[in-house]
Design a protein around this ligand. Structure first.
Ligand SMILES: [Fe+2]
Length: 160
């Protein structure tokens, strides 16, 4: 299997953007699975809401490719596939009464991965002086951060 060598910061940035597209597509699929597995209506609603946000995030990433004048495509995201696989495994071995906690934990792990991806992308994009791309990526990062806070809050409520 041939592999492209990334030579420049822009090569790396484009590759990370392509990975982020797959990351968000994986997140969208995972949120559907988590919604199915959760028991409480309000937690299902949270996952649905974040799925809607994820669709906006995918649109924002498309715009970032455009702003940077880079061809849009995707690249493999084994990390998000792994997070989803781990969630699936944990859900399958957990009693129904634990499902809300398990799905919230899995979503929180995914959010933290996404946050780290956007933090790196924002630094790299800012270094290119691409202000509009920074704005779009920051909007995504802010949503992920807000979601992670909501998930933590919900987890704390359940733990009481
Ligand atoms: Fe996301």
């Amino acid at each position: 299997m041939s592999q492209t060598t990334l030579e420049s910061p822009v090569d790396l940035l484009r590759f990370q953007l392509r990975t982020a597209m797959t990351m968000e597509e994986d997140s969208l699929a995972a949120l559907g699975e988590l919604e199915q597995a959760a028991r409480s209506a309000d937690i299902k609603k949270m996952f649905r809401h974040h799925a809607d946000e994820t669709r906006e995030q995918i649109e924002n990433l498309r715009k970032v490719f455009g702003v940077l004048e880079l061809p849009e495509s995707t690249a493999a995201s084994p990390s998000t596939k792994g997070i989803a696989k781990q969630a699936e495994s944990l859900i399958s071995r957990s009693a129904a009464a634990l499902r809300d906690q398990v799905t919230l934990s899995a979503a929180l792990g995914n959010e933290h991965y996404e946050i780290s991806a956007y933090q790196s992308l924002i630094i790299a994009t800012r270094a290119q002086g691409a202000v509009d791309a920074v704005t779009l990526l920051t909007a995504n990062l802010d949503q992920e951060t807000h979601t992670s806070e909501e998930l933590q809050k919900k987890l704390e409520e359940i733990a009481r």
